[in-house]
Design a protein around this ligand. Structure first.
Ligand code: PBG
Length: 336
């Protein structure tokens, strides 16, 4: 029996494997590519000097004092990484009900920004304005009688954003999901002469279990009372996420972010399709840790899965990825 003939009858001479047959054909037909320009590196800052303190739940990630962070960011810039995102681990005695430390001009996060900007002027600095690193209850906003109050939080977030811009932040990334924050921050930045400071909205931030290791990293997990379901989006809701993002676009967001990443690739795609704005995914702490932990046990090829997941964000329409793998991935890209 002529088996070739049989298969051709089924395929009608269309054979997908022709384009996959050799390395050169595969390179010719490759639709998406990951480059170092796609990588944004989130880092954790602690007070003090000379500190590089490994985070147990995030193998390979450390909290760094400002001086060490400056060195690390220099390395990131040398690798070609375009931007970093900073998160502070604030001393416990400085945390309070309203997160008042967020309004101190030379607080830890602003000190880090100023130092990094001075030492490494050619890397972008993205700062978050959510209040969770600063509050004694670990919530992203001001807590009054069991409720995270929206408008009062927005007011504070705007003032914090202006201080962050004063310190040298290039992009403000509000992650606290209060209503109206993007427009309010835009007006606040414009009124204080920061027309060139951009806003990357954590447009669709889902209420997720994947944030666990991050909360250990900035020591909020023991503090958090209740959950964040009254302001983050339910993982069940895609259309609601799009409506939320639409408001951020209307209010003046320059860039949009989807968080977490891998379990929300449909949202990345829908957001990019709907608005066409630069769109980023945050491959969050729990996603990183899953890969690291399995790799450390020898159960998966961690490096391969790191590169695969990052590439898949590109396929899903993302223009870049906030990832704790940034340095590792950048080094790998430089070698290949
Ligand atoms: C809160 C915030 C979170 C992350 C960064 N800022 C989520 C949270 O703690 O609820 C998560 C980042 C990560 O998991 O890597 N504003």
């Amino acid at each position: 029996m002529d088996k070739t003939h049989l298969v051709d009858e089924i395929t009608g001479h269309r054979r997908m494997r022709r384009n996959r047959k050799a390395d050169w054909t595969r390179r010719m037909v490759q639709e998406n590519r990951l480059t170092v320009d796609d990588l944004i590196w989130p880092i954790f800052i602690v007070p003090g000097t000379g500190i590089v303190d490994p985070i147990a739940a995030m193998p390979g990630v450390s909290r760094m004092s400002v001086d060490k962070a400056v060195e690390a960011v220099k390395q990131a810039a040398d690798l070609g990484i375009p931007a970093i995102a900073t998160f502070p681990d604030i001393e416990m005695n400085l945390r309070d009900e309203t997160g008042s430390q967020s309004l101190v001009a030379d607080n830890l996060i602003n000190k880090a920004t100023a130092a990094i900007k001075k030492a490494v002027p050619n890397i972008g600095i993205i700062t978050d304005v959510a209040l969770d690193p600063f509050t004694s209850h670990g919530h992203d906003g001001i807590l009054r009688e069991g409720v995270i109050v929206n408008d009062e939080t927005v007011d504070q977030v705007v003032r914090a954003a202006v201080m962050q811009a004063d310190a040298g932040a290039d992009i403000i990334a509000p992650s606290e999901m209060m209503d109206g924050r993007i427009g309010a921050i835009r007006r606040g930045l414009d009124a204080s002469g920061h027309q060139d400071v951009g806003i990357m909205s954590y447009a669709t931030k889902f209420s997720s279990g994947f944030y666990g290791p991050y909360r250990d990293a900035i020591n909020t997990s023991g503090l958090l009372k209740g959950d964040k379901n009254s302001y983050y989006i339910s993982p069940a809701n895609g259309t609601e996420a799009l409506r939320d993002a639409a408001l951020d676009v209307e209010e003046g967001a320059d860039m949009l972010m989807v968080k977490p990443g891998l379990a929300y690739l449909d949202i990345c795609w829908r957001i990019k399709e709907a608005f066409g704005l630069p769109t980023y995914a945050y491959q969050v702490s729990g996603e990183y840790t899953q890969i690291k932990a399995a790799a450390m046990n020898g159960w998966i090829d961690g490096e391969r899965i790191m590169m695969e997941t990052l590439l898949c964000f590109k396929r899903a329409g993302c223009d870049g990825i906030l990832t704790y793998f940034a340095i590792e991935a950048a080094k790998k890209l430089a070698k290949s």
